[in-house]
Design a protein around this ligand. Structure first.
Ligand SMILES: Cc1cc2nc3c(=O)[nH]c(=O)nc-3n(C[C@H](O)[C@H](O)[C@H](O)COP(=O)(O)O)c2cc1C
Length: 207
């Protein structure tokens, strides 16, 4: 598949099943992730692979988080939460471990981890798998972070569920972007040294 087709066709997986990525495919996913733009070469990303039997324990963690957040949760709701860990053969947790002393602002370190997660989604598709990006309250829960070996200041940016698409793949809906594009035409800049910005002269918005 051409790279542009991959970009245009990506959509989140609906139902994922075995097989998940083997060691070789996992290495490629993570190599792709590590190619994410990274201001200052800080490598702020951490990846935690949860697969096989470890998903049972992860499901327990998710259910415990729900029970803490909503003590009145029914047994069915807790079971549903537990079952989420089995949505895919592989869960890749992508976290940003930011260096607070770095000159690069924290937001940029988190964005780099987000870009790494995006690369994994695309690489999974390129390798014949698919994936879906989830977060939810679990991503912000201190107990879950600690259980995954992360610090309270670390940010979980994604739980990526990765596996083989189990359903027939529907063509992706066309994504509208035109209403999100503005062609900037120089508003707000002085035309020449010392001249006031155009917006102050003719009342046009400065953007
Ligand atoms: C940072 C981030 C967090 C997300 N968290 C969730 C989530 O917790 N639950 C969910 O259903 N979708 C979540 N999504 C959205 C889905 O991954 C998906 O992108 C969305 O449903 C649109 O589908 P598409 O990817 O096929 O266009 C999240 C997306 C991002 C970027």
């Amino acid at each position: 598949m051409q790279a542009i087709d991959l970009l245009l066709r990506r959509r989140s997986a609906k139902v994922l099943a075995e097989p998940g990525p083997d060691e070789g495919a996992l290495a490629l996913l993570l190599e792709s992730a590590a190619r994410a733009p990274d201001h200052g070469r800080l490598r702020p990303w951490r990846f935690i692979a949860i697969r096989g039997a470890s998903r049972q324990r992860f499901g327990e963690l998710m259910a415990e988080q729900l029970r803490r957040a909503r003590p009145a949760s029914t047994a069915e709701a807790l079971a549903r939460e537990r079952h989420k860990a089995f949505r895919a053969p592989l869960i890749l947790v992508v976290a940003a471990v930011c260096d607070p002393k770095a000159k690069v602002p924290q937001i940029e370190q988190i964005l780099s981890a987000g870009a790494a997660a995006g690369n994994i989604l695309l690489a999974a598709k390129a390798l014949g798998f698919n994936a879906v990006w989830k977060t939810g309250a679990a991503a912000y829960d201190e107990t879950i972070k600690a259980a995954l070996g992360l610090d309270g200041n670390d940010c979980i940016v994604a739980f990526l569920y990765v596996g083989t698409e189990a359903t027939e793949e529907a063509p992706p809906a066309r994504t509208e972007w035109r209403d999100r594009l503005v062609e900037w035409q120089g508003q707000g800049l002085p035309d020449q040294a010392g001249a006031p910005p155009r917006s102050q002269r003719d009342g046009s918005p400065s953007g």
